[in-house]
Design a protein around this ligand. Structure first.
Ligand code: AP5
Length: 200
Protein backbone atom coordinates (compact mmCIF):
# COMPACT_ATOMS: atom_id res chain seq x y z
CA UNK A 1 0.00 0.00 0.00
CA UNK A 2 1.02 3.60 -0.64
CA UNK A 3 -0.46 6.91 -1.75
CA UNK A 4 -1.17 7.35 -5.48
CA UNK A 5 2.08 7.70 -7.44
CA UNK A 6 4.31 6.72 -4.51
CA UNK A 7 5.95 3.93 -6.51
CA UNK A 8 3.77 0.82 -6.00
CA UNK A 9 3.91 -0.22 -9.66
CA UNK A 10 7.61 0.65 -9.97
CA UNK A 11 8.58 -1.41 -6.94
CA UNK A 12 6.10 -4.21 -7.72
CA UNK A 13 8.30 -5.14 -10.69
CA UNK A 14 11.16 -5.73 -8.26
CA UNK A 15 9.06 -7.88 -5.91
CA UNK A 16 7.83 -9.98 -8.84
CA UNK A 17 11.48 -10.58 -9.82
CA UNK A 18 12.39 -11.51 -6.24
CA UNK A 19 9.46 -13.78 -5.47
CA UNK A 20 8.22 -15.03 -8.85
CA UNK A 21 4.66 -14.27 -7.73
CA UNK A 22 2.34 -12.55 -10.22
CA UNK A 23 1.44 -8.90 -9.68
CA UNK A 24 -2.28 -8.32 -9.19
CA UNK A 25 -2.92 -4.61 -9.71
CA UNK A 26 -6.56 -3.59 -9.42
CA UNK A 27 -5.68 -0.28 -11.14
CA UNK A 28 -4.23 -2.14 -14.17
CA UNK A 29 -7.20 -4.52 -14.28
CA UNK A 30 -9.65 -1.61 -14.24
CA UNK A 31 -7.69 0.27 -16.94
CA UNK A 32 -7.76 -2.84 -19.18
CA UNK A 33 -11.53 -3.15 -18.66
CA UNK A 34 -11.90 0.53 -19.50
CA UNK A 35 -9.91 0.31 -22.73
CA UNK A 36 -11.77 -2.87 -23.77
CA UNK A 37 -15.10 -1.15 -23.04
CA UNK A 38 -16.41 -4.00 -20.85
CA UNK A 39 -19.31 -3.58 -18.43
CA UNK A 40 -16.79 -3.28 -15.57
CA UNK A 41 -14.88 -0.59 -17.46
CA UNK A 42 -18.05 1.42 -18.08
CA UNK A 43 -18.97 1.15 -14.39
CA UNK A 44 -15.49 2.15 -13.18
CA UNK A 45 -14.81 5.01 -15.63
CA UNK A 46 -16.39 7.95 -13.78
CA UNK A 47 -14.90 6.90 -10.43
CA UNK A 48 -11.39 6.55 -11.86
CA UNK A 49 -11.44 9.74 -13.87
CA UNK A 50 -12.58 11.78 -10.86
CA UNK A 51 -10.02 10.14 -8.55
CA UNK A 52 -12.61 8.36 -6.39
CA UNK A 53 -12.44 4.73 -5.31
CA UNK A 54 -14.46 2.21 -7.30
CA UNK A 55 -17.16 0.61 -5.05
CA UNK A 56 -15.90 -2.15 -2.75
CA UNK A 57 -18.26 -4.85 -4.05
CA UNK A 58 -16.99 -4.36 -7.62
CA UNK A 59 -13.36 -4.65 -6.53
CA UNK A 60 -13.94 -7.65 -4.27
CA UNK A 61 -15.73 -9.49 -7.11
CA UNK A 62 -12.81 -8.73 -9.42
CA UNK A 63 -10.28 -10.11 -6.92
CA UNK A 64 -12.34 -13.25 -6.25
CA UNK A 65 -12.33 -14.02 -9.99
CA UNK A 66 -8.62 -13.20 -10.42
CA UNK A 67 -7.57 -15.51 -7.57
CA UNK A 68 -9.28 -18.45 -9.31
CA UNK A 69 -6.69 -18.27 -12.13
CA UNK A 70 -4.06 -21.06 -12.02
CA UNK A 71 -1.09 -18.63 -11.77
CA UNK A 72 -2.46 -17.36 -8.45
CA UNK A 73 -2.36 -20.74 -6.71
CA UNK A 74 1.00 -20.09 -4.97
CA UNK A 75 0.27 -16.58 -3.86
CA UNK A 76 0.26 -13.16 -5.51
CA UNK A 77 1.57 -9.66 -5.00
CA UNK A 78 -1.35 -7.26 -4.59
CA UNK A 79 -0.67 -3.75 -5.88
CA UNK A 80 -3.25 -1.15 -4.86
CA UNK A 81 -5.52 -3.66 -3.12
CA UNK A 82 -6.98 -3.69 -0.49
CA UNK A 83 -7.73 0.01 -0.27
CA UNK A 84 -10.50 0.09 2.36
CA UNK A 85 -11.10 -1.76 5.63
CA UNK A 86 -14.07 -3.48 3.95
CA UNK A 87 -11.82 -4.79 1.15
CA UNK A 88 -9.27 -5.99 3.74
CA UNK A 89 -12.01 -7.81 5.70
CA UNK A 90 -13.24 -9.48 2.52
CA UNK A 91 -9.67 -10.50 1.63
CA UNK A 92 -9.24 -12.13 5.06
CA UNK A 93 -12.12 -14.43 4.15
CA UNK A 94 -10.65 -15.31 0.76
CA UNK A 95 -6.97 -15.88 1.56
CA UNK A 96 -4.17 -15.29 4.08
CA UNK A 97 -2.10 -12.10 3.87
CA UNK A 98 1.56 -12.69 4.81
CA UNK A 99 2.95 -9.14 4.72
CA UNK A 100 1.88 -5.62 3.87
CA UNK A 101 4.56 -3.19 2.67
CA UNK A 102 3.63 0.47 3.04
CA UNK A 103 5.69 2.98 1.02
CA UNK A 104 5.58 6.37 2.77
CA UNK A 105 5.84 9.52 0.61
CA UNK A 106 4.63 13.06 1.51
CA UNK A 107 1.84 14.62 -0.57
CA UNK A 108 3.98 17.35 -2.24
CA UNK A 109 6.38 14.76 -3.65
CA UNK A 110 3.42 12.69 -4.88
CA UNK A 111 2.19 15.51 -7.11
CA UNK A 112 5.65 15.81 -8.78
CA UNK A 113 5.85 12.07 -9.36
CA UNK A 114 2.37 11.81 -10.88
CA UNK A 115 2.51 14.85 -13.13
CA UNK A 116 5.80 13.63 -14.66
CA UNK A 117 4.78 9.99 -15.08
CA UNK A 118 4.75 8.50 -18.60
CA UNK A 119 3.74 4.95 -19.55
CA UNK A 120 4.88 2.77 -22.43
CA UNK A 121 1.63 1.31 -23.86
CA UNK A 122 3.57 -1.51 -25.55
CA UNK A 123 5.42 -2.95 -22.54
CA UNK A 124 3.50 -1.35 -19.65
CA UNK A 125 6.79 0.06 -18.31
CA UNK A 126 6.57 3.14 -16.09
CA UNK A 127 8.88 6.15 -16.58
CA UNK A 128 9.23 9.70 -15.27
CA UNK A 129 10.26 12.71 -17.33
CA UNK A 130 12.88 13.69 -14.71
CA UNK A 131 13.41 10.85 -12.24
CA UNK A 132 13.39 7.90 -14.65
CA UNK A 133 13.48 9.04 -18.31
CA UNK A 134 12.55 6.56 -21.04
CA UNK A 135 15.09 5.66 -23.76
CA UNK A 136 15.11 8.11 -26.69
CA UNK A 137 13.83 5.52 -29.21
CA UNK A 138 10.49 4.98 -27.41
CA UNK A 139 9.84 8.63 -26.37
CA UNK A 140 7.32 9.15 -29.21
CA UNK A 141 4.99 6.36 -28.13
CA UNK A 142 4.80 7.27 -24.40
CA UNK A 143 1.39 8.20 -22.99
CA UNK A 144 0.14 10.01 -19.89
CA UNK A 145 -2.66 8.46 -17.82
CA UNK A 146 -5.99 10.32 -18.01
CA UNK A 147 -6.17 10.57 -14.21
CA UNK A 148 -2.65 12.03 -13.92
CA UNK A 149 -3.77 15.66 -13.69
CA UNK A 150 -3.06 17.90 -10.71
CA UNK A 151 -6.79 18.22 -9.93
CA UNK A 152 -7.40 14.45 -9.98
CA UNK A 153 -4.26 13.80 -7.95
CA UNK A 154 -5.69 15.93 -5.12
CA UNK A 155 -8.89 13.91 -5.14
CA UNK A 156 -6.92 10.60 -5.22
CA UNK A 157 -4.82 11.81 -2.27
CA UNK A 158 -7.99 12.74 -0.41
CA UNK A 159 -9.41 9.23 -1.00
CA UNK A 160 -6.08 7.76 0.16
CA UNK A 161 -6.00 9.72 3.44
CA UNK A 162 -9.66 9.10 4.27
CA UNK A 163 -10.17 5.52 3.10
CA UNK A 164 -6.83 3.75 2.68
CA UNK A 165 -4.44 5.18 5.28
CA UNK A 166 -6.47 3.73 8.21
CA UNK A 167 -5.56 0.29 6.82
CA UNK A 168 -1.98 0.90 8.03
CA UNK A 169 -3.14 0.72 11.66
CA UNK A 170 -5.45 -2.18 10.84
CA UNK A 171 -2.57 -4.27 9.46
CA UNK A 172 -0.17 -2.91 12.11
CA UNK A 173 -2.42 -4.26 14.88
CA UNK A 174 -2.22 -7.67 13.17
CA UNK A 175 1.61 -7.55 13.08
CA UNK A 176 1.68 -7.62 9.26
CA UNK A 177 2.85 -4.09 8.39
CA UNK A 178 6.36 -3.10 7.22
CA UNK A 179 6.63 0.68 6.60
CA UNK A 180 9.43 1.96 4.42
CA UNK A 181 10.63 5.46 3.54
CA UNK A 182 9.69 6.07 -0.10
CA UNK A 183 11.37 9.48 -0.47
CA UNK A 184 14.73 8.22 -1.81
CA UNK A 185 15.57 7.42 -5.43
CA UNK A 186 13.94 4.44 -7.19
CA UNK A 187 17.10 2.39 -6.49
CA UNK A 188 17.24 3.42 -2.81
CA UNK A 189 13.58 2.57 -2.26
CA UNK A 190 14.16 -0.68 -4.18
CA UNK A 191 16.87 -1.66 -1.71
CA UNK A 192 14.48 -1.07 1.21
CA UNK A 193 11.78 -3.08 -0.56
CA UNK A 194 14.25 -5.93 -1.15
CA UNK A 195 15.20 -6.12 2.52
CA UNK A 196 11.52 -5.99 3.53
CA UNK A 197 10.74 -8.89 1.17
CA UNK A 198 13.73 -10.86 2.48
CA UNK A 199 12.37 -10.71 6.03
CA UNK A 200 9.16 -12.49 4.99
P1 AP5 B 1 -4.05 2.75 -9.38
O1 AP5 B 1 -3.64 2.44 -10.75
O2 AP5 B 1 -3.79 1.77 -8.29
O3 AP5 B 1 -3.44 4.18 -9.03
P2 AP5 B 1 -2.79 4.79 -7.73
O4 AP5 B 1 -2.99 4.14 -6.43
O5 AP5 B 1 -3.26 6.20 -7.81
O6 AP5 B 1 -1.30 4.53 -7.94
P3 AP5 B 1 -0.52 4.82 -9.22
O7 AP5 B 1 -0.61 3.66 -10.19
O8 AP5 B 1 -0.91 6.18 -9.75
O9 AP5 B 1 0.96 5.00 -8.67
P4 AP5 B 1 2.04 3.99 -8.15
O10 AP5 B 1 2.10 4.04 -6.66
O11 AP5 B 1 1.93 2.66 -8.80
O12 AP5 B 1 3.34 4.78 -8.68
P5 AP5 B 1 4.30 4.46 -9.91
O13 AP5 B 1 5.18 3.33 -9.60
O14 AP5 B 1 3.57 4.48 -11.20
O15 AP5 B 1 -5.60 3.08 -9.32
C1 AP5 B 1 -6.20 3.98 -10.24
C2 AP5 B 1 -7.67 4.16 -9.90
O16 AP5 B 1 -8.35 2.88 -9.99
C3 AP5 B 1 -7.96 4.64 -8.46
O17 AP5 B 1 -7.90 6.06 -8.37
C4 AP5 B 1 -9.37 4.08 -8.23
O18 AP5 B 1 -10.33 4.86 -8.89
C5 AP5 B 1 -9.31 2.72 -8.93
N1 AP5 B 1 -8.88 1.63 -8.04
C6 AP5 B 1 -7.76 0.88 -8.17
N2 AP5 B 1 -7.68 -0.05 -7.19
C7 AP5 B 1 -8.79 0.12 -6.42
C8 AP5 B 1 -9.27 -0.50 -5.24
N3 AP5 B 1 -8.60 -1.52 -4.64
N4 AP5 B 1 -10.42 -0.05 -4.70
C9 AP5 B 1 -11.14 0.95 -5.28
N5 AP5 B 1 -10.74 1.60 -6.40
C10 AP5 B 1 -9.56 1.19 -6.97
O19 AP5 B 1 5.23 5.80 -9.82
C11 AP5 B 1 4.69 7.08 -10.12
C12 AP5 B 1 5.76 7.95 -10.85
O20 AP5 B 1 6.83 8.23 -9.92
C13 AP5 B 1 6.42 7.24 -12.04
O21 AP5 B 1 6.66 8.20 -13.02
C14 AP5 B 1 7.75 6.67 -11.48
O22 AP5 B 1 8.76 6.59 -12.47
C15 AP5 B 1 8.08 7.72 -10.42
N6 AP5 B 1 8.76 7.15 -9.26
C16 AP5 B 1 8.49 5.97 -8.62
N7 AP5 B 1 9.31 5.82 -7.55
C17 AP5 B 1 10.08 6.94 -7.51
C18 AP5 B 1 11.13 7.38 -6.62
N8 AP5 B 1 11.53 6.66 -5.57
N9 AP5 B 1 11.72 8.59 -6.88
C19 AP5 B 1 11.31 9.35 -7.95
N10 AP5 B 1 10.33 8.98 -8.81
C20 AP5 B 1 9.73 7.79 -8.59
Amino acid sequence: MAPPGAGKGTQATKIVELTGKPQVSTGDMLRSALSEGTELGVEAKAFMESGKLVPDEVIIGLIRERLKQPDASNGVLFDGFPRTILQAEALEEITKVSTVISIEVPDDEIVNRIIGRRMDPVTGDIFHVTFNPAPEEIQDRLVQRKDDTEETVRSRLDAYHKQTKPLGNWYGERGLLISIDGTGSILEVGALVTSAVNTV
